[in-house]
Design a protein. Structure first.
Length: 466
């Protein structure tokens, strides 16, 4: 696949956050871009305004005339699209060779120095931090991110002078095995996607294979203590990191001062005192240490790193504070794994100690809910109050016995309510809230603005028992 020879690109599943970064990339290269997505969204409408032609009906007749010849049109699809998809079948019947998004990213990393961030949790925030630190430094970078970085209102960054490319390395469908990293980060390896990997051991083995892809002369920066045994080629350095005061790169003197989270960054040949986190969540200390390590290893100065961390606004939907008043706070978070839920809920309780925390959670995938049912129940039981929505199926069919009701029954807190998306605002109308945490990776993001509007009408009194 010679990207430079491609005249047009057609995307099937164009509205995904990873696909949208590629759409923006090809638009920046002057390519004709079109595609399909199941439903319109704020992101797809923005892509249309930027020059892509995205439609929402699975109909091969809507494929533009200029994209019906296999010689100069690249077709990119997401693994979430079924093989029976009408447009995907049409392209295959007409001698096109559709490729997955990961294959395109793989080609891009081969032509640049890829800084690839993998992990069950933290990869979007960590890769966004790395991109921001390098972008605002003299080093600069390109970036394909898994979230819209608020500092730039985009998930794509391009540079005319740097060949460093930050990429979020997705383990779903073993996509990150297509990459050719110059440097890599592994933030975590808690089992997930067991519908793909079957066993926790196979899941972790996929990360070990990922480490074998790092180019000689590069390095791996891996969280200390995770159960992954690197398979590094000769000439690849290994660094560990943590927020616990150990590891090659680590944080020291973590503290809250007047609502700000401060720490010292310590590593081989570097110490930066009093680093201020722009997004003051304790888990971001760990993400920040990894990001600062990569920035330092690629030549960013101590001063640039310190200023960049303070100015980092975070990606949308990653502990994203959407409403903050004395009487009411709304936070939107992409957390969809039990470990992520626990970290998010504990962070909220630390930031807003003494406040009543209400969580609105939409489980993502039947298989994930089945595989981690008890973990989800334990994490959600940390809340003061829970509103649990139906499972978002994405690409999956229902599994007998795996429902939100099953999960609901396992949650131990007394203040809990099960409801549909359609009834959420009605359920909330009778409550009074202090801190509301929206959680999930499905389409719950479309409820954030309506919930915000509802909360702006609420008082600061505690919510009554459900």
């Amino acid at each position: 696949m010679e990207i430079k020879n491609i005249k047009a690109v057609y995307f099937i599943g164009a509205g995904g956050i990873g696909m949208s970064a590629l759409i923006r990339y090809f638009l920046s290269k002057g390519k004709q871009v079109a595609g399909y997505d199941k439903t319109p969204s704020e992101l797809t409408e923005q892509l249309n305004r930027e020059g892509a032609a995205i439609h929402y009906d699975d109909d091969a007749a809507l494929i533009p005339d200029g994209m019906r010849s296999p010689g100069d049109t690249l077709v990119v699809y997401t693994p979430a699209v079924p093989a029976s998809h009408t447009e995907l079948e049409w392209f295959r019947r007409h001698r096109f060779e559709p490729v997955k998004r990961s294959e395109v990213l793989g080609e891009i990393t081969k032509a640049s120095r890829g800084l690839c961030v993998a992990g069950t949790h933290g990869k979007t925030t960590t890769s966004s931090m790395i991109a921001h630190l390098l972008k605002q430094s003299h080093v600069d970078c390109n970036a394909f991110l898994g979230g819209i970085l608020k500092n730039y209102d985009s998930n794509l960054m391009l540079s005319g002078r740097s060949d460093l490319t930050v990429i979020e390395a997705d383990e779903f469908d073993r996509s990150f095995h297509r990459l050719s990293p110059y440097m890599a980060v592994i933030t975590s390896a808690d089992p997930d996607h067991l519908d793909i990997y079957d066993t926790p051991e196979a899941y972790r083995e996929s990360f070990e294979h990922f480490t074998s892809l790092i180019r000689p002369g590069g390095c791996l920066v891996m969280k200390e203590g995770i159960p992954v045994t690197p398979r590094l080629r000769d000439g690849v350095r290994l660094y560990t990191y943590s927020a616990a005061g150990t590891g090659d790169f680590h944080a020291g003197r973590i503290r809250m001062e007047k609502g700000e989270l401060l720490f010292d960054f310590v590593g081989p040949g570097i110490q930066i005192d009093d680093v201020r986190l722009g997004v003051p969540v304790r888990v971001n200390v760990e993400n920040g240490v990894a990001a600062m390590a990569i920035a330092w290893l690629n030549g960013a100065t101590a001063g640039e790193i310190k200023r960049g961390m303070a100015a980092f606004a975070g990606p949308k939907r990653r502990f994203d504070v959407r409403l903050k008043r004395e009487d009411i706070v709304l936070i939107d978070d992409y957390a969809h794994h039990p470990v992520e839920l626990e970290e998010s809920i504990r962070s909220v309780k630390e930031l807003y100690a003494g406040k009543r925390v209400t969580g609105i959670f939409q489980p993502h995938l039947y298989t994930r809910t089945r595989d981690f049912m008890d973990g989800f129940a334990a994490s959600l039981s940390l809340l003061d109050e829970l509103i649990l929505l139906d499972i978002y199926p994405a690409r999956e069919e229902p599994i007998p016995g795996v429902t939100s009701q099953t999960l609901f029954d396992k949650v131990s807190i007394p203040c809990k309510r099960l409801c549909t998306k359609e009834r959420l605002l009605d359920v909330m109308a009778s409550g009074r809230y202090e801190v509301v945490l929206i959680l999930g990776a499905g389409d719950i993001d479309r409820l954030v603005e309506p919930v915000k509007n509802r909360l702006e009408q609420c008082s600061s009194a505690s919510s009554p028992s459900l």
